[in-house]
Design a protein around this ligand. Structure first.
Ligand code: FAD
Length: 311
């Protein structure tokens, strides 16, 4: 059994999502190679080589691979696929962009958002917005899957370092797309997907100004990321990239504080695997209390400043 793990990185830093997807790959079992595709990615390759349980780090560098364009990355992965039984990537924007194309080119069915490994052919994944878990068994010769990284812990660095091997990338420019620009939102806070603590606000905040005035100080105090319900995002209280839920980000921090969020299934789909959930809501029957470890029935405009003051 050999597994190829497509690394998530920005050419400079190896994302923790790779170490989490590696834990899933280790559970499948077999020799695991990490593919670092990009440009000037030596530092990323070295970080990958330190991770425990890696056989080899393959480095593929070219201009065409610098920006993780799906067409080019998929061409590369398919060219290597003959040596592997399983190809995995974290279910990030890149992974979700690239692996379906790999699966289509190999004429196999992708298994998306794997949240547990039963055995080398059988996997658990969420359906119906996370309200049910499907067990999928595949007979495909090459298994292609994205990993829901919030379901796996990150693999630690090991005591040895895997060899790093540069590979000949050949003609990886598929010529079907070109990179124009990357507009990143500027944020000093921890990234939602990897934050240990998230303070999230809902429709109850009432305005962008109040969202900032009440949620931000508590998040600052806790060194937390800020999240939001879709109602808060749709109303313009918080930017789109903070949305947690079925159509937002799926998170599983150590602590999730839901403030004025009712707990609709679409929101729960994005946060119910958080380790400790605290809910603050005026309605004691709000569904969020069904998943909360700690519930405060009260007005968030009283509770949050008090909590922040106590901290
Ligand atoms: P509400 O449901 O209006 O709840 C506000 C809560 O605040 C209430 O429980 C109320 O009791 C409480 N409250 C009011 N005043 C106060 C106060 N002063 N102090 C404390 N509590 C107070 N939603 C998401 O969040 N993420 C998604 O990804 C998502 N995807 C969706 C996809 C689809 C296809 C659909 C149909 C819906 C989706 N939704 C999503 C929307 C979801 O159904 C809910 O409408 C949304 O989550 C509600 O947001 P909310 O809890 O902030 O607002």
């Amino acid at each position: 059994m050999a597994i190829l793990l497509f690394a998530e990185h920005d050419n400079v830093t190896l994302s923790e999502q790779t170490a989490k997807a590696l834990s899933a790959a280790a559970k499948i079992g077999g020799d695991i190679d990490i593919l670092v595709a990009g440009k000037n990615v030596r530092v990323v390759a070295e970080a990958s080589a330190k991770l425990s349980g890696v056989r080899t780090v393959l480095v593929a560098e070219s201009d065409a691979l610098e920006n993780q364009l799906a067409e080019n990355a998929a061409t590369l992965i398919v060219s290597l696929s003959g040596d592997y039984d399983t190809i995995v990537a974290p279910a990030t924007a890149n992974g979700k962009n690239i692996l379906p194309r790999v699966a289509a080119l190999l004429d196999v069915m992708q298994i998306s958002e794997v949240m547990d490994v039963v055995d080398a052919d059988t996997f658990k994944r969420p359906i119906y917005a996370g309200n049910a878990v499907e067990v999928v068994q595949t007979t495909d010769a090459t298994k292609v899957m994205t990993i829901r990284t919030s379901s796996f812990g990150a693999t630690e660095d090991g005591s040895t370092t895997a060899p790093i091997k540069s590979i000949d990338v050949g003609a990886t420019d598929a010529g079907k797309s070109s990179f124009i620009e990357n507009i990143l939102s500027q944020n000093d806070r921890p990234e939602l997907g990897s934050a240990k603590i998230i303070v999230s606000g809902g429709r109850a905040l009432g305005s962008e100004e109040k969202f900032k005035a009440v949620i931000t100080p508590l998040a600052d105090k806790l060194g937390a990321a800020v999240g939001a319900s879709r109602a808060a995002v749709d109303a313009g209280y918080a930017p789109n990239d903070l949305q947690v839920g079925q159509t937002g980000k799926v998170v599983a921090p150590d602590l999730y504080i839901a403030c004025g969020i009712s707990g609709a299934i679409q929101h729960l789909a994005g946060m119910k695997d958080s380790k400790v959930i605290v809910a603050i809501n005026t309605d004691e029957d709000a569904p969020i209390f069904q998943v909360a470890d700690y519930g405060i029935v009260g007005d968030l405009f009283d509770v949050l400043p008090e909590l922040e003051g106590q901290l």
